[in-house]
Design a protein around this ligand. Structure first.
Ligand SMILES: Cc1cc2nc3c(=O)[nH]c(=O)nc-3n(C[C@H](O)[C@H](O)[C@H](O)COP(=O)(O)OP(=O)(O)OC[C@H]3O[C@@H](n4cnc5c(N)ncnc54)[C@H](O)[C@@H]3O)c2cc1C
Length: 402
């Protein structure tokens, strides 16, 4: 595999770099740098999304016939890397990278032409209703039920850990529509409106005090039968497709590298406690080098997966390898940031947001203020999208054939 960029890829990279330098607003960079959660708040996401949409780059992962720019896998990688290095936010994966591929792969033409433009315009903001109080790793034990009545489904039950349900006007759900010979066979993938009397949303505050996740309650909520994706009972097949995208749909190495670069730069200004700078400390240098090598190894794995995708091969269980490595590295890097700032890295500012005119003033720097909340929030990386233990099981079974 050739990792060097060709001259046309370098030209493409420069085009992206110039666009970001000229168009990524400073307040969006600041908000991204000061957001301790995985996703930025929707008002920031929408501003950046609208700029990318005008340029035709928002759906950069979608096929050309449904609105994508027609980029190759390596061009998409270059775009993600340049965005990460420039400090652009993670775009809402829930809409663009999770539900959209399901709609354009399994949806009817009416579903595609109704929903995809609304994702691009920002009119619809989606959340994911898969997990339940008794169904996380063992997703097939889900109980939330949809009963068909004419051209509608009546939905009862609850969904748990629903990211940004308090912002979303739409939810895509795995719902039990029947019983089959296997638990997996009675599950369907159904789209629903959040803004209806049968749906309630209860906040769950994270360790750091952020509101990112929720519990969603369905009490005779209504879904339209036209919003069933595929056939009744296809939900498990579609969920597997979606989870592969969730685990490996984007490259993680670019953002990890960008954050590690920022830590290395900051360590040239932080004291080591012995009259020198932390960047000169041998143990610190060893820790940073170890993480950097692992991130670079992850980057090579991600590029290898992209090379396979561009040859038409599905990434399959390799995405579990990426999810596992990326989650561990995310946590390693966020721990480095806490250690970098010493006592200042341990502060736990409860006020949000940590950007804008009303942000609480930092004791040391904004980066130090964000280090503690970010460290606590990134504990979730080894849980969401499938826990580390579950990824290890998949790798053992499907990659190593143990
Ligand atoms: C911040 C955050 C955001 C989330 N966002 C969403 C969302 O938007 N939508 C959504 O549907 N879900 C979401 N989730 C839920 C997430 O997918 C589940 O938390 C996850 O799948 C784990 O399920 P669980 O919490 O029920 O834990 P459990 O499945 O009960 O696991 C508990 C422990 O047991 C271990 N374990 C379980 N089974 C096995 C096994 N077979 N072998 C070895 N160990 C095992 C797990 O690794 C874990 O350590 C989110 C979670 C978090 C933390």
């Amino acid at each position: 595999m050739d990792l060097a960029l060709s001259s046309s890829e370098l030209t493409f990279r420069d085009k992206i770099r110039t666009f970001l330098a000229e168009h990524l607003p400073q307040h969006v960079r600041d908000a991204t740098a000061a957001s301790p959660t995985v996703f930025v708040e929707p008002e920031i996401d929408r501003q950046w999304g609208a700029l990318l949409h005008r340029k035709g780059w928002l759906a950069y992962q979608w096929p050309e016939d449904v609105g994508g720019p027609g980029w190759s896998a390596i061009q998409r990688y270059i775009f993600e890397k340049e965005c990460a290095l420039a400090g652009a936010p993670n775009l809402t994966a829930l809409s663009l990278k999770l539900v959209a591929p399901v709609i354009y792969t399994f949806g009817t033409s009416a579903q595609k032409s109704f929903y995809l433009p609304r994702i691009l315009s920002g009119e619809d903001y989606w959340c994911q209703g898969f997990s339940e109080p008794g169904a996380g790793s063992d997703l097939a034990s889900l109980q939330c039920k949809a009963v068909r009545q004419g051209n509608k489904y009546i939905v009862n039950g609850t969904k748990m850990w629903t990211t940004h349900a308090h912002h979303a006007n739409k939810i895509f759900c795995l719902l039990r529509t029947g019983t089959g010979d296997k638990r997996q066979s009675g599950i369907s993938f159904i789209l629903m409106d959040m803004n209806q009397p049968g749906i309630g949303v209860r906040p769950i505050y994270t360790l750091a005090g952020d509101r990112e996740v929720n519990q969603v309650f369905f009490d005779n909520a209504v879904a339209q039968a036209d919003d069933l994706i595929g056939e009744e009972g296809d939900g498990w097949k579609i969920a597997k497709f979606l989870l592969e995208n969730e685990r490996g749909g984007s490259c993680h190495a670019p953002k990890l590298l960008a954050d590690l670069n920022a830590i290395e730069v900051a360590s040239t200004m932080e004291p080591d406690g012995y009259g020198g700078k932390l960047s000169e400390d041998l143990q610190w240098k060893r820790r940073v080098a170890r993480v950097r090598l692992s991130v670079e190894a992850l980057e090579i794995i991600e590029l290898r997966i992209l090379a396979n995708i561009s040859k038409g091969r599905a990434p399959g269980a390799q995405t579990s390898l990426v999810k596992l490595l990326a989650s561990n590295l995310r946590q390693d890097i966020d721990l480095l940031a806490v250690d970098l700032y010493g006592d200042f890295g341990l502060q736990l500012e409860p006020i949000r947001p940590l950007y804008g005119d009303n942000a609480p003033p930092p004791l040391h720097s904004r980066a130090a203020q964000i280090a503690g909340p970010r460290y606590l929030n990134s504990r979730a990386w080894s849980i969401f999208g499938g826990t580390n233990e579950v990824q290890a099981n998949i790798i053992a079974k499907s990659v190593l054939r143990l």
